[in-house]
Design a protein around this ligand. Structure first.
Ligand SMILES: Nc1ncnc2c1ncn2[C@@H]1O[C@H](COP(=O)(O)OP(=O)(O)OP(=O)(O)O)[C@@H](O)[C@H]1O
Ligand SMILES: [Mg+2]
Length: 243
């Protein structure tokens, strides 16, 4: 039996803003194994982004246990959480979240600054990553000088900067046309074939077909969790270990 990369028990999240108390996640149990490509779907407001932010160590659960590679991260401080995130997880946002005054290459190099990598190596690796995603001619462009699909590829290159074993993405194709969406999903498919663990939120059923495992969230609970037989066999690691 393989070890779970991500192991969740009884994860809840309740937002409290003054008198307003909004319970969103109601006790999620989930194991994700190395090399799985998991999609998370569900209606708007069902808690997908809330869940993804917890998975991506961008936020903490209100209660419950989250073990990442066996280490409890649910109770870490902000700084500790940022450290874990930078080292282990690459996160891709729907709205790209690139820094507007930095070039494509500088945006991709930034996570390596926090990881303590020397400048020359940062620039070289950033250029290499951008080149591998078809942006070798766009290194010096600012985000505003790139198309949506190109921006998202820069954001994916940035997510890969520290060579994380886990890539997470919240609606990565949400702002893209269909051609760019296919390009971006081809990139995720290649990352999956390389053996990386991928978790992706989408509201588009077409996008979920790229994943080896399909989870549906409704009102803050997992109501469906299925293997996608078309994709589950594509990598050595991405089998249906959780069933
Ligand atoms: N900071 C917050 N404070 C209070 N409530 C919040 C906060 N963030 C989200 N919520 C509420 O939590 C619920 C889930 O929001 P979330 O963003 O996780 O949904 P989602 O499934 O990602 O939706 P969408 O598909 O529209 O992106 C919503 O009812 C939302 O109003
Ligand atoms: Mg969302």
């Amino acid at each position: 039996m393989r070890e779970a990369v991500i192991s969740l028990e009884g994860i809840t999240k309740t937002y409290v803003n003054g008198k307003l108390v909004v319970p969103v996640l109601h006790g999620i149990d989930l194991n994700i194994y190395e090399g799985e490509f998991t999609s998370i779907m569900g209606p708007s407001g069902s808690g997908k982004s809330t869940f993804m932010n917890i998975l991506g160590c961008l936020d903490r659960p209100t209660s419950g246990s989250y073990k990442l590679d066996g280490e409890e991260v649910a109770t870490l401080s902000d700084d500790e959480l940022a450290f874990v995130r930078n080292k282990r997880i690459g996160f891709v946002f729907q709205s790209f979240n690139l820094l507007p005054k930095l070039t494509a290459q500088e945006n991709v190099a930034l996570p390596m600054v926090y990881a303590g990598i020397a400048k020359k190596e940062r620039s070289e690796r950033a250029a290499q990553l951008l080149d591998s995603l078809g942006l070798g001619e766009r290194l010096d462009h600012l985000p505003a000088e790139l198309s949506g699909g190109q921006r998202q590829r820069v954001a994916i290159a940035r997510a890969l900067a520290n060579d994380p074993s886990i890539i997470m993405a919240d609606e990565p194709t949400g702002n893209l046309d269909s051609k760019s969406s296919i390009d971006v999903m081809d990139i995720f498919t290649n990352l999956y074939k390389e053996g990386r663990t991928i978790i992706l939120v989408t509201h588009e059923p077409d996008i979920a077909t790229y994943a080896s495992r399909n989870i549906v969230l409704r009102d803050g609970n997992i109501v469906e969790d299925k293997v996608n037989p078309n994709m589950a066999g594509l990598t050595r690691k991405g089998g249906a270990a959780h069933v």
